[in-house]
Design a protein around this ligand. Structure first.
Ligand SMILES: Cc1cc2nc3c(=O)[nH]c(=O)nc-3n(C[C@H](O)[C@H](O)[C@H](O)COP(=O)(O)O)c2cc1C
Length: 150
C-alpha cells in the first residue's frame, strides 16, 4: 500500500503554494497520490501520522520562515518524526537579504533532522519567481518519487 504523502506548505504571496501544487501534480504523474495541506491547518498528529512529509516555506524577515510556518514549528516542538522520509522546499530572493538567502529550507531541514526525520534528497531551493524553475521543481519531485520507490 502507498504511504500517505503530505505536501505541507506555507505561503504568504502564493509562490510556495504554487510550487507545492506542481510537486503534487508531478507526483501524481509518477503514480503517487499526495495531500496538499497549508501549515495553518496542520496538527502535530497529522505531521506525525504522514507516511512521507514534504514541507515547504518561503523565507521572510531576515532568515525566518513564513509566520504561520514559524507558529507551527513552535507548536510541534515535541513531534516524533523517527525514520520518517522527508524532503524540504524553500523559497527566497537575494534582493531581500543575501545573508539569509532561502534560510527557510535550512530551518525546515534542521527541524526535521533534529526530530528524527530522514531526508530523502537535498532541499529544493527556489530563488525569486518559481515559474522559470518549473523544470527543476518537476525534477525534484521525480527524484523524491524515485527515492520512495527504492
Ligand atoms: C518582506 C519580505 C522579506 C523577505 N525576506 C527574505 C529573506 O530574508 N531571505 C530570502 O531569501 N527571501 C526573502 N524574501 C523573499 C520571499 O521569500 C520570496 O518572495 C518568496 O517567493 C515568497 O513566497 P510566497 O509567495 O509563498 O510567500 C522576502 C520577501 C518579502 C516580501
Amino acid at each position: 500500500m502507498q504511504r500517505e504523502i503530505l505536501v505541507l506548505y506555507a505561503s504568504t504571496g502564493g509562490n510556495t503554494a504554487w510550487v507545492a501544487q506542481q510537486i503534487h501534480r508531478t507526483l501524481a504523474e509518477q503514480g503517487l497520490q499526495s495531500t496538499l495541506l497549508p501549515v495553518e491547518r496542520c496538527t502535530q498528529q497529522q505531521l506525525e501520522s504522514a507516511g512521507v512529509l514534504l514541507w515547504g516555506s518561503p523565507t521572510y524577515g531576515h532568515g525566518h520562515t513564513d509566520l504561520r510556518c514559524a507558529r507551527l514549528l513552535q507548536q510541534v516542538q515535541g513531534a516524533q518524526l523517527e525514520g520518517k522520509p522527508c524532503a524540504v522546499f524553500g523559497l527566497g530572493d537575494t534582493k531581500y537579504d543575501a545573508d539569509y538567502h532561502i534560510e527557510s529550507a535550512t530551518i525546515l531541514e534542521d527541524f526535521i533532522t533534529s526530530h528524527g526525520g530522514h531526508l530523502l534528497t537535498s532541499a529544493l531551493r527556489i530563488d525569486k519567481s518559481p515559474l522559470p524553475h518549473l523544470p527543476a521543481i518537476e525534477d525534484w519531485a521525480r527524484t523524491v518519487a524515485r527515492a520512495l520507490g527504492e
